[in-house]
Design a protein around this ligand. Structure first.
Ligand code: OGA
Ligand code: NI
Length: 261
């Protein structure tokens, strides 16, 4: 009903999460903060008077895990940070696959259906976006991250344990997704809305930066292979719907969807 849930007892060690949060904050201070400040100054963002529609108040970098890892090529990561992010990604990948099978069970699809639907010829694409949302003087005029749905499959988010900011849209209202220590926030992207034939929705969400406090978030995106063909699971398309030839979602290649988007 919400398109989001917070997962606890997920088996990822809390000590690992604490280490990652600490290192992510340290990395931001050491390698990202100065650049962000310069960007803010160069664009005059501190003094905006009108709503900004073409920028987000966030500082990010991206890691790729599947089909191929790029972690060894990211130059400004300390070795211990790099190592723990790699281990974390392996655990998240397993967790995403476990969750996909639980979704299958809930939907009455055979076990492995969703994993297979994502597989294409190279297996899933899996990556992580590491973000910081620094304190923002005008959070009503510049969003930390503007409202969007996630384009891909299943998203596992490790968010700051204290500083809030993530909101989802529910019945036309923005609702906070509060920090819950050591939880993983899970939501579904557009591809799962299509495959489930709308039984599960890809819900709009956004980040509102705080005027005080820097919010960290680590969002990992378990997505289909670029060449996976995405279409509603036949078992989830009602016969009447099919006969009328209406209502259901189209069939397309994931990469084409991403280009269009
Ligand atoms: C995203 C996203 C939320 C967050 O990157 O798509 O919704 O809390 N991130 O960073
Ligand atoms: Ni998102």
């Amino acid at each position: 009903n919400w398109g989001f849930f917070e997962l606890v007892n997920h088996g990822i060690p809390p000590e690992m999460m604490d280490t990652i949060e600490r290192m992510t904050k340290g990395h931001y201070k050491k390698c990202m903060e100065q650049r962000f400040r310069e960007l803010v100054v160069s664009k005059g963002l501190e003094y905006v008077q009108k709503e900004v529609h073409d920028l987000d108040w966030e500082s990010t970098f991206h890691l790729k895990h599947l089909p191929e890892s790029n972690i060894s090529q990211i130059s400004d990561l300390d070795d211990d940070y790099r190592k723990v992010m790699k281990e974390f990604a392996v655990k998240l990948e397993k967790l995403a696959e476990q969750l996909l099978d639980l979704l299958c069970e809930n939907l009455g699809l055979e076990k492995g259906y969703l994993k297979k639907a994502f597989y294409g010829s190279n297996g899933p694409t899996f990556g992580t976006k590491v973000s910081n949302y620094p304190p923002c003087p005008k959070p009503d005029l510049i969003k930390g991250l503007r409202a969007h749905t996630d384009a891909g499959g299943i998203i596992l988010l490790f968010q700051d344990d204290k500083v809030s900011g993530l909101q989802l849209l529910k019945d036309g209202q923005w609702v906070d997704v509060p920090p819950m220590h050591h939880s993983i926030v899970v939501n579904l992207g557009d591809q799962l809305e299509v495959i489930t034939n709308g039984k599960y929705k890809s819900v709009l969400h956004r980040v509102v930066a705080q005027t005080d406090g820097n919010r960290m978030s680590i969002a990992s995106f378990y997505n289909p292979s670029t060449d996976a063909v995405i279409y509603p699971a036949p078992a989830l398309v009602e016969r009447e719907e099919e006969e009328a030839g209406k209502g259901t979602y189209p069939k397309f290649v994931f990469e084409d969807y991403m280009k269009l988007r």
